[in-house]
Design a protein around this ligand. Structure first.
Ligand code: FMN
Length: 361
Protein backbone atom coordinates (compact mmCIF):
# COMPACT_ATOMS: atom_id res chain seq x y z
CA UNK A 1 0.00 0.00 0.00
CA UNK A 2 1.21 3.49 -0.87
CA UNK A 3 0.03 6.98 0.16
CA UNK A 4 -0.92 7.59 -3.47
CA UNK A 5 -3.27 4.57 -3.64
CA UNK A 6 -7.01 5.18 -3.77
CA UNK A 7 -9.29 3.81 -1.04
CA UNK A 8 -12.92 2.82 -0.88
CA UNK A 9 -14.32 4.22 2.35
CA UNK A 10 -17.91 3.03 2.17
CA UNK A 11 -21.19 4.85 1.42
CA UNK A 12 -20.06 4.87 -2.20
CA UNK A 13 -17.02 7.10 -1.69
CA UNK A 14 -13.55 6.47 -3.07
CA UNK A 15 -10.62 8.55 -1.84
CA UNK A 16 -8.27 9.52 -4.64
CA UNK A 17 -5.30 9.02 -2.28
CA UNK A 18 -4.58 8.44 1.43
CA UNK A 19 -4.00 12.06 2.46
CA UNK A 20 -6.22 14.01 4.85
CA UNK A 21 -5.93 17.65 5.79
CA UNK A 22 -6.62 17.56 9.53
CA UNK A 23 -8.86 20.15 11.17
CA UNK A 24 -7.06 23.40 11.79
CA UNK A 25 -8.43 26.37 13.63
CA UNK A 26 -7.28 29.48 11.82
CA UNK A 27 -9.19 32.34 13.52
CA UNK A 28 -10.43 33.73 10.23
CA UNK A 29 -14.20 33.34 10.70
CA UNK A 30 -16.41 36.34 11.31
CA UNK A 31 -17.80 37.37 14.70
CA UNK A 32 -21.12 35.57 14.01
CA UNK A 33 -19.35 32.31 13.08
CA UNK A 34 -19.85 32.80 9.34
CA UNK A 35 -16.95 31.94 7.07
CA UNK A 36 -14.75 34.70 5.69
CA UNK A 37 -13.40 34.59 2.14
CA UNK A 38 -9.90 34.13 3.60
CA UNK A 39 -10.97 30.94 5.40
CA UNK A 40 -12.68 29.60 2.28
CA UNK A 41 -9.63 30.41 0.13
CA UNK A 42 -7.20 28.75 2.50
CA UNK A 43 -9.12 25.48 2.52
CA UNK A 44 -9.94 25.41 -1.19
CA UNK A 45 -6.25 25.96 -1.96
CA UNK A 46 -5.37 22.79 0.04
CA UNK A 47 -8.16 20.80 -1.62
CA UNK A 48 -6.80 21.87 -5.01
CA UNK A 49 -3.42 20.65 -3.76
CA UNK A 50 -4.85 17.13 -3.94
CA UNK A 51 -5.92 16.15 -0.42
CA UNK A 52 -8.12 13.05 -0.46
CA UNK A 53 -10.08 14.47 2.47
CA UNK A 54 -10.25 18.12 3.51
CA UNK A 55 -11.48 18.88 7.03
CA UNK A 56 -12.59 22.34 8.14
CA UNK A 57 -11.51 23.99 11.36
CA UNK A 58 -13.35 22.96 14.51
CA UNK A 59 -16.84 24.43 14.02
CA UNK A 60 -19.12 25.11 16.96
CA UNK A 61 -22.55 23.53 17.28
CA UNK A 62 -23.87 26.23 19.66
CA UNK A 63 -23.33 29.94 19.94
CA UNK A 64 -22.36 29.73 23.61
CA UNK A 65 -19.78 26.94 23.42
CA UNK A 66 -17.11 28.97 21.65
CA UNK A 67 -13.50 28.46 22.65
CA UNK A 68 -11.86 31.41 20.90
CA UNK A 69 -12.33 34.48 18.70
CA UNK A 70 -12.62 33.97 14.94
CA UNK A 71 -14.10 30.50 15.39
CA UNK A 72 -16.12 28.83 12.65
CA UNK A 73 -19.77 28.13 13.50
CA UNK A 74 -22.45 25.76 12.22
CA UNK A 75 -25.13 26.53 14.79
CA UNK A 76 -27.39 28.75 12.67
CA UNK A 77 -28.90 29.03 9.22
CA UNK A 78 -27.24 32.43 8.79
CA UNK A 79 -24.05 30.37 8.35
CA UNK A 80 -25.48 28.35 5.45
CA UNK A 81 -24.53 30.62 2.51
CA UNK A 82 -20.83 30.60 3.47
CA UNK A 83 -20.90 26.87 4.22
CA UNK A 84 -22.55 26.17 0.86
CA UNK A 85 -20.00 28.28 -0.96
CA UNK A 86 -17.14 26.40 0.75
CA UNK A 87 -18.68 22.96 0.16
CA UNK A 88 -19.28 23.72 -3.54
CA UNK A 89 -15.72 24.85 -4.11
CA UNK A 90 -14.23 21.95 -2.18
CA UNK A 91 -16.36 19.37 -3.94
CA UNK A 92 -15.30 20.69 -7.37
CA UNK A 93 -11.76 19.54 -6.54
CA UNK A 94 -12.96 15.96 -5.90
CA UNK A 95 -11.75 16.04 -2.31
CA UNK A 96 -14.04 14.51 0.32
CA UNK A 97 -15.24 17.43 2.44
CA UNK A 98 -15.80 17.12 6.19
CA UNK A 99 -16.79 19.69 8.79
CA UNK A 100 -15.34 19.12 12.24
CA UNK A 101 -18.11 19.53 14.82
CA UNK A 102 -17.32 20.53 18.40
CA UNK A 103 -18.35 22.35 21.54
CA UNK A 104 -15.81 23.87 23.95
CA UNK A 105 -17.46 22.70 27.19
CA UNK A 106 -15.12 23.64 30.04
CA UNK A 107 -12.93 25.40 27.50
CA UNK A 108 -15.56 27.94 26.45
CA UNK A 109 -14.66 31.08 28.43
CA UNK A 110 -17.23 33.45 29.95
CA UNK A 111 -15.33 36.35 28.36
CA UNK A 112 -16.42 35.12 24.90
CA UNK A 113 -19.76 33.46 25.60
CA UNK A 114 -21.12 35.49 28.53
CA UNK A 115 -22.46 32.33 30.18
CA UNK A 116 -20.99 29.97 32.73
CA UNK A 117 -19.30 27.11 30.87
CA UNK A 118 -20.94 23.68 31.00
CA UNK A 119 -19.39 20.22 31.02
CA UNK A 120 -19.94 16.62 32.07
CA UNK A 121 -19.00 17.63 35.62
CA UNK A 122 -17.81 20.67 37.51
CA UNK A 123 -14.34 21.38 36.12
CA UNK A 124 -11.87 24.18 35.69
CA UNK A 125 -9.32 24.70 32.97
CA UNK A 126 -6.26 26.96 33.13
CA UNK A 127 -6.93 30.29 31.43
CA UNK A 128 -10.64 30.21 32.21
CA UNK A 129 -10.42 32.92 34.89
CA UNK A 130 -11.01 30.32 37.61
CA UNK A 131 -14.67 29.91 36.60
CA UNK A 132 -16.02 26.44 37.37
CA UNK A 133 -18.15 24.71 34.80
CA UNK A 134 -21.67 23.73 35.66
CA UNK A 135 -22.57 20.03 35.38
CA UNK A 136 -24.99 19.61 32.49
CA UNK A 137 -28.51 18.47 33.36
CA UNK A 138 -30.05 15.48 31.58
CA UNK A 139 -32.17 17.90 29.50
CA UNK A 140 -29.11 19.91 28.55
CA UNK A 141 -27.33 16.74 27.41
CA UNK A 142 -30.27 15.84 25.16
CA UNK A 143 -30.43 19.34 23.77
CA UNK A 144 -26.67 19.25 23.08
CA UNK A 145 -27.09 15.99 21.14
CA UNK A 146 -29.80 17.77 19.17
CA UNK A 147 -27.43 20.70 18.49
CA UNK A 148 -24.82 18.31 17.10
CA UNK A 149 -27.52 16.68 14.96
CA UNK A 150 -28.94 19.96 13.64
CA UNK A 151 -25.42 21.15 12.85
CA UNK A 152 -24.68 17.94 10.93
CA UNK A 153 -27.92 18.40 9.00
CA UNK A 154 -26.88 21.96 8.19
CA UNK A 155 -23.54 20.66 6.88
CA UNK A 156 -25.40 18.12 4.76
CA UNK A 157 -27.69 20.83 3.41
CA UNK A 158 -24.64 22.95 2.54
CA UNK A 159 -23.29 20.04 0.47
CA UNK A 160 -20.51 18.61 2.63
CA UNK A 161 -19.90 14.87 2.36
CA UNK A 162 -19.89 14.43 6.11
CA UNK A 163 -18.70 15.49 9.53
CA UNK A 164 -15.91 14.62 11.89
CA UNK A 165 -16.97 14.56 15.54
CA UNK A 166 -14.23 16.17 17.62
CA UNK A 167 -13.86 13.79 20.53
CA UNK A 168 -10.20 14.74 21.10
CA UNK A 169 -8.14 17.46 22.81
CA UNK A 170 -10.34 17.92 25.92
CA UNK A 171 -13.31 19.64 24.30
CA UNK A 172 -16.84 18.69 25.38
CA UNK A 173 -17.07 15.16 23.89
CA UNK A 174 -13.62 14.37 25.30
CA UNK A 175 -14.68 15.81 28.68
CA UNK A 176 -17.44 13.21 28.77
CA UNK A 177 -14.97 10.45 27.82
CA UNK A 178 -12.35 11.31 30.46
CA UNK A 179 -12.61 9.68 33.88
CA UNK A 180 -11.23 12.81 35.58
CA UNK A 181 -13.43 15.33 33.74
CA UNK A 182 -16.56 13.15 33.91
CA UNK A 183 -17.41 12.18 37.50
CA UNK A 184 -21.16 11.80 36.98
CA UNK A 185 -23.01 9.11 38.83
CA UNK A 186 -25.94 8.85 36.38
CA UNK A 187 -26.13 6.98 33.03
CA UNK A 188 -23.72 9.46 31.38
CA UNK A 189 -20.78 8.76 33.70
CA UNK A 190 -19.03 5.86 35.42
CA UNK A 191 -17.32 3.17 33.34
CA UNK A 192 -16.11 3.74 29.79
CA UNK A 193 -19.37 2.46 28.32
CA UNK A 194 -21.34 5.09 30.22
CA UNK A 195 -18.81 7.87 29.66
CA UNK A 196 -18.99 7.19 25.93
CA UNK A 197 -22.81 7.34 25.90
CA UNK A 198 -22.80 11.05 24.99
CA UNK A 199 -20.62 10.39 21.91
CA UNK A 200 -22.55 7.25 21.01
CA UNK A 201 -25.88 9.06 21.20
CA UNK A 202 -24.56 11.86 19.00
CA UNK A 203 -23.43 9.30 16.41
CA UNK A 204 -26.75 7.47 16.59
CA UNK A 205 -28.77 10.64 16.22
CA UNK A 206 -26.75 12.00 13.31
CA UNK A 207 -26.89 8.65 11.54
CA UNK A 208 -30.66 8.42 12.05
CA UNK A 209 -31.37 11.91 10.76
CA UNK A 210 -28.94 12.34 7.86
CA UNK A 211 -28.94 10.74 4.41
CA UNK A 212 -27.58 7.18 4.11
CA UNK A 213 -24.52 8.44 2.22
CA UNK A 214 -23.55 11.06 4.83
CA UNK A 215 -20.11 10.30 6.29
CA UNK A 216 -19.40 10.28 10.02
CA UNK A 217 -15.79 10.27 11.18
CA UNK A 218 -14.82 10.37 14.86
CA UNK A 219 -11.60 11.91 16.16
CA UNK A 220 -10.25 10.85 19.56
CA UNK A 221 -7.11 11.37 21.62
CA UNK A 222 -5.51 8.07 22.68
CA UNK A 223 -4.01 9.45 25.91
CA UNK A 224 -4.63 12.63 27.91
CA UNK A 225 -3.78 11.93 31.54
CA UNK A 226 -5.04 15.24 32.92
CA UNK A 227 -8.53 14.43 31.60
CA UNK A 228 -8.40 10.77 32.60
CA UNK A 229 -8.07 9.43 29.05
CA UNK A 230 -5.93 6.30 29.13
CA UNK A 231 -4.78 4.04 26.33
CA UNK A 232 -6.60 0.88 27.40
CA UNK A 233 -9.90 2.78 27.56
CA UNK A 234 -9.25 4.43 24.21
CA UNK A 235 -8.57 1.06 22.58
CA UNK A 236 -11.79 -0.25 24.11
CA UNK A 237 -13.58 2.85 22.82
CA UNK A 238 -12.23 2.15 19.32
CA UNK A 239 -13.69 -1.36 19.56
CA UNK A 240 -17.05 0.04 20.67
CA UNK A 241 -17.11 2.68 17.91
CA UNK A 242 -16.23 0.13 15.25
CA UNK A 243 -19.42 -1.68 16.17
CA UNK A 244 -21.41 1.45 15.31
CA UNK A 245 -22.25 3.04 12.00
CA UNK A 246 -19.21 5.28 11.75
CA UNK A 247 -17.14 5.54 8.59
CA UNK A 248 -13.66 6.45 9.86
CA UNK A 249 -11.83 6.60 13.16
CA UNK A 250 -9.17 9.29 13.54
CA UNK A 251 -6.53 9.16 16.26
CA UNK A 252 -4.84 12.42 17.12
CA UNK A 253 -1.33 11.37 18.17
CA UNK A 254 0.55 14.72 17.91
CA UNK A 255 3.64 12.60 17.17
CA UNK A 256 2.97 9.25 15.52
CA UNK A 257 6.62 8.21 15.96
CA UNK A 258 6.71 8.67 19.71
CA UNK A 259 6.79 5.41 21.68
CA UNK A 260 4.04 4.76 24.20
CA UNK A 261 5.16 5.84 27.67
CA UNK A 262 5.71 2.86 29.94
CA UNK A 263 5.90 0.47 26.98
CA UNK A 264 8.61 2.10 24.90
CA UNK A 265 9.58 -1.12 23.11
CA UNK A 266 5.99 -2.06 22.26
CA UNK A 267 4.04 -1.25 19.10
CA UNK A 268 3.23 2.30 17.95
CA UNK A 269 -0.11 3.88 18.84
CA UNK A 270 -1.27 3.42 15.26
CA UNK A 271 -0.47 -0.28 15.28
CA UNK A 272 -2.25 -0.78 18.61
CA UNK A 273 -5.44 0.80 17.26
CA UNK A 274 -5.29 -1.12 13.99
CA UNK A 275 -5.03 -4.36 15.94
CA UNK A 276 -8.27 -3.79 17.86
CA UNK A 277 -10.28 -2.29 14.99
CA UNK A 278 -12.44 -4.05 12.50
CA UNK A 279 -10.84 -3.98 9.08
CA UNK A 280 -13.76 -2.32 7.37
CA UNK A 281 -13.39 0.92 9.36
CA UNK A 282 -10.55 3.04 7.94
CA UNK A 283 -8.07 4.33 10.52
CA UNK A 284 -6.74 7.87 10.17
CA UNK A 285 -3.62 8.69 12.16
CA UNK A 286 -2.13 12.18 12.51
CA UNK A 287 0.91 13.81 14.06
CA UNK A 288 4.35 15.00 12.94
CA UNK A 289 4.25 13.53 9.43
CA UNK A 290 6.28 15.59 6.93
CA UNK A 291 7.97 13.39 4.32
CA UNK A 292 6.82 10.71 1.87
CA UNK A 293 8.76 8.20 3.94
CA UNK A 294 6.87 9.29 7.09
CA UNK A 295 3.56 8.74 5.30
CA UNK A 296 4.60 5.32 4.03
CA UNK A 297 5.85 4.31 7.50
CA UNK A 298 2.51 5.30 9.04
CA UNK A 299 0.62 3.21 6.49
CA UNK A 300 2.91 0.27 7.19
CA UNK A 301 1.95 0.67 10.87
CA UNK A 302 -1.70 0.21 9.88
CA UNK A 303 -3.07 3.67 9.08
CA UNK A 304 -5.36 3.63 6.05
CA UNK A 305 -5.30 7.40 5.80
CA UNK A 306 -2.45 9.74 6.73
CA UNK A 307 -3.52 12.98 8.40
CA UNK A 308 -1.36 16.09 8.32
CA UNK A 309 -1.79 19.61 9.61
CA UNK A 310 1.32 21.82 9.74
CA UNK A 311 2.95 20.52 6.56
CA UNK A 312 -0.31 21.25 4.74
CA UNK A 313 -0.16 24.88 5.85
CA UNK A 314 3.26 25.45 4.36
CA UNK A 315 2.95 23.07 1.42
CA UNK A 316 -0.60 23.07 0.03
CA UNK A 317 0.37 20.69 -2.80
CA UNK A 318 1.78 18.13 -0.34
CA UNK A 319 -0.38 15.21 -1.61
CA UNK A 320 0.77 15.74 -5.18
CA UNK A 321 4.41 15.37 -4.09
CA UNK A 322 3.79 11.96 -2.51
CA UNK A 323 4.39 10.38 -5.89
CA UNK A 324 8.07 11.07 -5.16
CA UNK A 325 9.11 8.55 -2.50
CA UNK A 326 12.01 10.78 -1.47
CA UNK A 327 9.98 13.99 -1.06
CA UNK A 328 11.25 16.01 1.90
CA UNK A 329 9.48 19.34 2.16
CA UNK A 330 11.09 22.37 3.74
CA UNK A 331 10.45 22.47 7.50
CA UNK A 332 9.68 25.43 9.78
CA UNK A 333 10.37 28.19 10.46
CA UNK A 334 8.76 29.73 7.37
CA UNK A 335 9.03 33.34 6.29
CA UNK A 336 5.92 35.52 6.28
CA UNK A 337 6.39 35.85 2.53
CA UNK A 338 6.33 32.07 2.08
CA UNK A 339 3.08 31.85 4.06
CA UNK A 340 1.49 34.75 2.16
CA UNK A 341 2.30 32.96 -1.08
CA UNK A 342 0.39 29.86 0.03
CA UNK A 343 -2.88 31.69 0.72
CA UNK A 344 -2.48 32.51 4.42
CA UNK A 345 -4.07 35.78 5.49
CA UNK A 346 -2.37 38.15 8.00
CA UNK A 347 -4.79 36.90 10.70
CA UNK A 348 -3.77 33.27 10.20
CA UNK A 349 -0.06 34.15 9.98
CA UNK A 350 -0.37 36.06 13.26
CA UNK A 351 -2.01 33.01 14.85
CA UNK A 352 0.75 30.72 13.56
CA UNK A 353 3.30 32.89 15.38
CA UNK A 354 1.89 31.32 18.55
CA UNK A 355 2.94 27.86 17.32
CA UNK A 356 6.52 27.49 18.44
CA UNK A 357 9.08 28.08 15.73
CA UNK A 358 6.59 27.95 12.82
CA UNK A 359 7.03 31.53 11.58
CA UNK A 360 10.44 33.13 11.18
CA UNK A 361 11.09 35.89 13.75
C1 FMN B 1 -2.93 25.88 13.56
C2 FMN B 1 -3.50 24.59 14.08
C3 FMN B 1 -4.83 24.52 14.43
C4 FMN B 1 -5.40 23.32 14.88
N1 FMN B 1 -6.74 23.25 15.12
C5 FMN B 1 -7.32 22.05 15.36
C6 FMN B 1 -8.73 21.91 15.37
O1 FMN B 1 -9.48 22.87 15.15
N2 FMN B 1 -9.24 20.68 15.64
C7 FMN B 1 -8.44 19.59 15.87
O2 FMN B 1 -8.96 18.50 16.09
N3 FMN B 1 -7.11 19.70 15.83
C8 FMN B 1 -6.52 20.88 15.56
N4 FMN B 1 -5.16 20.96 15.43
C9 FMN B 1 -4.34 19.74 15.54
C10 FMN B 1 -4.06 19.16 14.15
O3 FMN B 1 -5.25 18.71 13.54
C11 FMN B 1 -3.03 18.01 14.20
O4 FMN B 1 -3.58 16.93 14.89
C12 FMN B 1 -1.71 18.40 14.86
O5 FMN B 1 -1.28 19.66 14.41
C13 FMN B 1 -0.61 17.38 14.60
O6 FMN B 1 -0.43 17.21 13.21
P1 FMN B 1 0.83 17.86 12.43
O7 FMN B 1 2.06 17.41 13.13
O8 FMN B 1 0.72 17.33 11.04
O9 FMN B 1 0.69 19.36 12.51
C14 FMN B 1 -4.58 22.17 15.02
C15 FMN B 1 -3.23 22.25 14.68
C16 FMN B 1 -2.68 23.43 14.19
C17 FMN B 1 -1.24 23.47 13.77
Amino acid sequence: MKPTDSLEIGRGFVLKNRSLLAAMTNKQSNEDGTLSNEEINWLVRRAKGGFGITTTAAANVTETGRGWEGEMGVWGDHQLPGLTNLANQLNETKTISLVQLFHGGMRAPVSINEVQPISASENTEPGMDGVHTREMSEDEIHSMIESFTQSALRCQKAGFHGVELHGAHTYLICQFLGSKTNRRTDDWGGDLHSRSKFLREIIRSIRKNTDPNFLIAVRISPIIEKAGIYLDDSLELARILCGMEIDMLHISCWDVFQPVEGDELGPSLTKRFREVMRNNIPLISTGAVWTSRDAKWLMDEGADIVGVARVGIAHPDWPKHLIDENYEPQRPPFSVEHLENVELSPVFIEYMKRWKNFVEK
